[in-house]
Design a protein around this ligand. Structure first.
Ligand code: UDX
Ligand code: UDX
Ligand code: ADP
Length: 472
């Protein structure tokens, strides 16, 4: 049986970086190369000060400090790293297509294909190729086709090993996963050995029961299904949050009551301003696209509703701000606390804060953003990417500041966009004193005690809380 001595991961992002750091730490005898075409990103991973690595993830810097330049290496030498490894993880980005067929829904596989072609060009001996990026079902088939038609006699075994880690808890999720899923072919002895080689990597720290093997298609579809189910729970509770606001019900009480039913379970029932992140929307759109392509319109419509509800939740939060502020926010200072799509990450992809801001900008609000981990350049880039507003207008209307006090100073309203723990530790009395009156507080995450806030003097709106405390 083939023993893996070197692993290469193509793509040093939110998935590749943490996953490889944990593999390197748990498998000291395996050399782990992480390569990327983005020179700046690799330079950051190699920064002498480990706190400057490009991804903020609790516990990651410590693991990188312990393994980097021992058995974990970051570089832009993609060819060399492909050549050297017996096992290659593909962990490049697969964004939603912004052009052509499937625009706005299908996953853009150009980066995956480029990787496959590069592997095919460089490889001189047999390789196990592991799909780590989230991919549409049957991508393995495309990979197989590209890799097997190179004519240079190299044998490839394609495995699907979807990532279930969540950002902000990536290291814990990698160290103690609910399960590891490996999809592969079990028709031949060689194929079974390839699958076993990857099982053996994870077996350094996980038990057999935690490692699930399936055929490659089940593995690919399970990843999309898991994300679709998770996102569906959020859209379901968010749908209820709107109903709660029109009645005397409290969405947190409802979530607790239903979560105690063991068939439903308590997790992932937190009503919010809308889910974000690089996976949920992309994967569901992908599922919708695949279903439509296969003529399954009802299936497509069923899942699309999860996205429609999420878009509605973001928009109605922004609309509620405008309505509450006497139907105009033009020239008013609105302070947004949090820009990341969730706490404990600097990732902003698809964050609700971007869409809420975009809407408020259309209403000519002055927006001030504070996030403990997101840079001002990222905030501007996110808004510019949407293309709704002119970059000059965005820079004129939006300020990014480095303290919450500054963000809230003389603001007409404060909106909580991310559930950062530190937001609960602020001196809200002092913040209140320095705000315009009436001082409005919109809690998009239900993290503050609204009764305490009301006592201080705030006019409070919290997602899914009954009309007794509602303003408009
Ligand atoms: C998700 C999946 O959880 C993970 O398994 C997969 O590998 C990648 O996609 P991630 O996007 O990193 O992970 O974060 P997650 O914790 O799932 O949160 C996604 C979004 O949903 C965030 O914006 C979060 O704030 C929101 N959310 C989550 C809620 O609004 N309510 C909840 O109850 C849970
Ligand atoms: C349901 C609720 O479970 C219960 O809590 C509530 O008080 C009344 O409604 P019931 O209708 O008696 O109870 O049965 P349940 O076991 O929930 O099944 C309902 C239907 O769903 C059945 O037709 C069942 O066959 C079907 N089902 C259930 C599935 O198709 N798949 C499943 O995984 C579970
Ligand atoms: P994810 O969340 O899936 O990890 P990221 O965008 O954070 O996504 O990371 C993907 C990384 O893959 C990026 O740093 C990008 O530069 C890199 N990448 C994309 N295509 C290639 C390629 N052909 N070769 C090497 N790296 C690539």
């Amino acid at each position: 049986m083939k023993k893996i001595k070197t692993i290469t991961c193509i793509g040093a992002g939110y998935v590749g970086g943490p996953t490889m750091a944990v593999i390197a730490s748990k498998c000291p005898e395996i050399k782990v190369n992480v390569v990327d075409i983005n020179e700046k990103r690799i330079a950051q991973w190699n920064d002498a000060d480990v706190n400057n690595i490009p991804i903020y993830e609790p516990g990651l810097a410590e693991i990188v400090a312990e393994t980097r330049d021992k058995n974990l290496f970051f570089s832009t030498e993609v060819d060399q790293a492909i050549d050297e490894a017996e096992m290659i993880f593909i962990s490049v980005n697969t964004p939603t297509k912004t052009y052509g067929i499937g625009k706005g829904k299908a996953a853009d596989l150009k980066y995956i294909e480029l990787c496959a072609r590069q592997i095919a060009r460089v490889a001189k001996d047999d390789k196990i190729v592991v799909e780590k990026s989230t991919l549409p079902v049957r991508t393995a088939e495309a990979l197989t086709s590209i890799l097997h038609n190179t004519g240079n006699g190299v044998k490839y075994h394609i495995l699907s090993n979807p990532e279930f880690l969540a950002e902000g808890t990536a290291i814990q999720d990698l160290l103690k996963p609910d399960r590891i899923l490996i999809g592969g072919d079990s028709d031949t002895q060689e194929a079974r050995e390839a699958m076993q080689a990857l099982v053996d990597v994870y077996a350094h720290w996980l038990t057999d029961e935690q490692i699930l093997t399936t055929n490659v298609w089940s593995s690919e579809l399970s990843k999309l299904t898991a994300n679709a189910f998770l996102a569906q729970r959020i859209s379901s509770i968010n749908a209820m949050s709107e109903l709660c606001e029109k009645t005397e019900a409290d969405v947190d009480e409802v979530a607790k009551a239903i979560g105690m039913d063991s068939r439903i379970g308590p997790k992932f029932l937190k009503a919010s301003v809308g889910f974000g992140g690089s996976c949920f929307q992309k994967d569901i759109l992908n599922l919708v696209y695949i279903s439509q392509s296969l003529g399954l319109q009802e299936v497509a419509d069923y899942w699309e509703q999860v996205i429609i509800m999420n878009d509605h939740q973001k928009r109605r939060f922004a609309q509620h701000i405008v309505k509450t502020l006497y139907n105009t926010v033009s020239g008013k200072k609105i302070s947004l606390l949090g820009w990341a799509f969730k706490k404990d990450t600097n990732d902003t992809r698809e964050s609700a804060a971007i869409y809420v801001s975009d809407y408020l900008l259309s209403e000519h609000a002055k927006i001030v953003v504070y996030d403990p981990k997101v840079s001002s350049e990222q905030v501007y880039a996110d808004l510019e990417y949407l293309g709704t507003h002119d970059p000059a207008f965005i820079r004129e209307q939006v300020k990014v500041v480095s303290s919450p006090t500054e963000a809230c100073f003389q603001a007409h309203a404060v909106a909580i966009m991310t559930e950062w723990n530190e937001f609960n530790t602020y001196n809200w009395k002092e913040i209140y004193q320095h705000m315009m009156k009436p001082a409005f507080l919109f809690d998009g995450r239900n993290i503050l005690n609204r009764y305490e806030m009301k006592e201080i003097g705030f006019e409070v709106y919290a997602i899914g809380k009954g009309p007794s405390i509602q303003i408009a």
